[in-house]
Design a protein around this ligand. Structure first.
Ligand code: ZN
Length: 391
């Protein structure tokens, strides 16, 4: 048995608060280590046996956990294992992208249900975005045999921490000034968690990916826009209003092309999948989506070594800036252009090394993100449901 936890002895906790802390701890250990028997929960959390029994009974009654098959330990009686609910309840994840929106379903364990994915082109006006998303959500709920507890949404752009309003979204202006999360909550009646998309990537990596035990890491998203998430001491660095980390809108070319934010020569305009599309599209005199371009580059229909060289050069500048500024232990890169060839990622890390301060680089491991925005959306709503005081 472990000794009492400092936060339980040092806080003038009320009984309801203690219950809530226990609830969170039990849910947390099941998320990280489950499925587990009650005895294992006692051992791993240090919470007393009777409290674990009472807490798990409440969680079973609330439908947040389920009983699985029995475990047969070498010593002692067989015990039923407990796990986060997957059969009776589910959550949805909605990724709002520049070109398309995706909707997925998962259990409370965060596992996406195979085959349950819908995608639709992102409507150009806000009202249609709300109605299309609500329609797809309703359709999922009507065909699902589980109780849908809520929906997690990821959005690009600057999302205010205070009122969850998109202040500006340089590549998705139809959401500027809007509270997409609240509006969808009103229309669907479901609980909604809304997350800035790079923060969602951080949460996915922290919950299900390669950052599970990493307190200091950074995530660079180089897909449609250039997004940066910093996790410092286990918490996302938000600044005053959650807007910190907008490296994508730092000027790198004084007379560069116009950015979605209204300025010129932002890093975002030269160091993303979208930037590669623009460069290649201009040379070929055509407009290509990222999906089309990446498929044609992979198949060899299009060759673009000069454009790729230029974009990778700027991505290396972005990575070096993150390492020099934040000294992360791990730096994750999320981008589809890294799939263009077996050497691309190594090439990128070599270029980055040449632009980074050596001691900061020595501390840092640059790796590809394992998680994605779908998992981030799901992780966002699960986290919110699990920390809800009323449960
Ligand atoms: Zn910009």
């Amino acid at each position: 048995m472990t000794s009492p936890r400092p936060r339980e002895t040092g806080v003038r906790a009320t009984a309801p608060l203690l219950r809530q802390l226990h609830t969170r701890e039990v849910l947390g250990v099941l998320q990280r280590r489950g499925p587990l028997s009650r005895a294992e929960i006692v051992r791993l959390t240090g919470i007393s046996g009777p409290t674990v029994t009472r807490t798990t009974a409440q969680l079973l009654a609330a439908g947040l956990i389920e009983e699985g098959p029995s475990q047969h330990p070498p010593l002692g009686r067989p015990a039923r294992v407990l796990r986060l609910a997957t059969e009776t309840v589910s959550v949805l994840g909605l990724v709002v992208g520049v070109e398309q929106c995706e909707l997925v379903v998962a259990g409370l364990d965060g596992q996406l249900h195979a085959g349950a994915r819908m995608a639709f082109p992102t409507p150009k006006d806000y009202e249609s975005l709300i109605s299309s998303a609500a329609e797809q959500i309703d359709q999922f709920r009507s065909i699902s045999n589980t109780n849908v507890l809520g929906v997690g949404i990821t959005v690009p752009g600057l999302l205010s921490r205070h009122d969850k309003r998109t202040l500006i979204s340089p590549n998705l202006h139809q959401t500027d000034g809007r509270q997409l999360g609240l509006d969808l909550q009103r229309v669907t009646g479901l609980e909604v968690a809304i997350l800035q998309e790079t923060h969602a990537l951080c949460l996915a990596e922290k919950t299900y990916g390669a950052a599970r035990d990493v307190a200091n890491f950074a995530m660079l998203d180089i897909t449609g826009g250039l997004g940066l998430g910093i996790v410092d001491g286990g918490k996302i660095l938000g600044g005053y209003n959650g807007l910190a980390g907008e490296l994508g809108h730092v000027t790198v070319e004084l007379d560069g092309r116009t950015c979605g934010c209204g300025n010129r020569g932002c890093l975002e305009t030269v160091a993303t999948d979208a930037a590669l599309c623009t460069l290649v599209g201009e040379r070929l005199g055509t407009r290509l989506s990222a999906d089309e371009l990446l498929a044609q580059l992979k198949s060899g229909e299009i060759h673009a070594p000069r454009e790729l060289d230029r974009v990778l050069g700027y991505v290396a500048v972005a990575l070096a800036a993150v390492i020099n500024l934040f000294n992360p232990q791990k730096l994750f890169v999320y981008g589809r252009l890294l799939d263009l060839g077996p050497r691309i990622f190594d090439d990128l890390t070599e270029r980055t090394a040449g632009r980074t301060l050596a001691p900061s680089l020595a501390d840092c491991q640059i790796i590809r993100a394992q998680g994605n925005k779908r998992q981030g959306a799901v992780a966002g709503i699960i986290e919110q449901l699990m920390s809800d005081d009323s449960r």
